[in-house]
Design a protein around this ligand. Structure first.
Ligand code: UDP
Length: 254
């Protein structure tokens, strides 16, 4: 790590210059933050699990034709990704009411939504990531109408695919956050899925018990945070059987 040039340090990841031009190394930390940095902690082993979980989901999404920044996993905590120009938006896709949507509209957590809802938030910690509309996004030049069309159709494809993937392992995908980047190839530009998809950025509930298997365990001090992340990895078939398993749920189907 010491030999490489650090490009950026975020809350849960560090980015280093990659071995070839146009590549970046994403290092996954165990640090956890919530409520815009007001709550901080360490979830032991989270970085290792998120590296594996995000790798797995990005590879599967790549297999159905979703363009992603993922190249390959390098080791326990690092993956090689394509360098992209990150679009400063958090794209949230919701299937079931929870979190800020439940609070804003007074809808009980767990209420299925009439259809999947896509929301945009402007990535800016100082402003508390405010929710924005397409009008703000295009007027302020964060993305074009074409970029938004591409992001919306990718977001819905990703949601459909992940809904089914998680349902198959007894998990309800309540909502999740993704980020996109612009990948340049000469003058050609393609919008690709970037960042990560992991229990840090998804709400994942056990289908039978509604037990939370995601970062809400940390946000809401529910305990057994590491175990929840391990359970997701185990059900995805990327942790050896017989590993730690303290949360009850359907057996893995792989
Ligand atoms: N989310 C995220 N990063 C953020 C905000 C939200 O990954 O900075 C995810 C969160 O884990 C959840 C979804 O986006 O899966 C919707 O979050 P919500 O708007 O309900 O906000 P929260 O209740 O987490 O503050």
């Amino acid at each position: 790590m010491a030999r490489r040039k650090q490009i950026y340090e975020g809350k849960a990841k560090v980015l280093f210059e990659g071995p070839e031009p146009g590549t970046i190394v994403q290092y996954f930390k165990d640090d956890a933050t919530a409520f815009n940095n007001k709550k901080r902690g360490v979830i032991t082993g989270k970085g290792v699990l998120n590296n594996r979980i995000s790798e797995h989901l990005m590879i599967k999404l790549g297999e159905i034709g979703v363009p992603t920044h993922f190249v390959r996993r390098l080791n326990m905590r690092e993956q090689l990704v394509r360098e992209v120009e990150i679009i400063p938006l958090e794209v949230v896709i919701r299937n079931v009411a929870a979190g800020s949507l439940s609070q804003r509209f007074g809808i009980a957590e767990g209420t299925p939504l009439p259809r999947s809802i896509v929301e945009y938030y402007y990535k800016n910690d100082a402003l508390n990531d405010p929710m924005v509309t397409e009008e703000h996004i295009t007027a302020f030049g964060w993305a074009t109408t074409q970029d938004l069309d591409d992001m919306m159709s990718l977001a819905l494809r990703i949601n459909d695919f992940l809904l089914g993937l998680f349902l198959g392992i007894g998990i309800r995908l309540v909502d999740f956050k993704i980020e996109f980047g612009r990948l340049w190839n000469g003058d050609d530009m393609q919008i690709v899925l970037a960042d990560e998809i992991s229990p840090d950025s998804c709400r994942l509930w056990d289908i039978k018990s509604n037990e939370k298997l995601d970062k809400d365990r940390f946000r809401r001090d529910l305990g057994q945070v590491e175990e929840a992340y391990q359970e997701v990895a185990r059900r995805l078939g990327i942790l050896p059987e017989g590993g730690p398993r303290d949360l009850k749920g359907p057996a893995t189907m792989q």
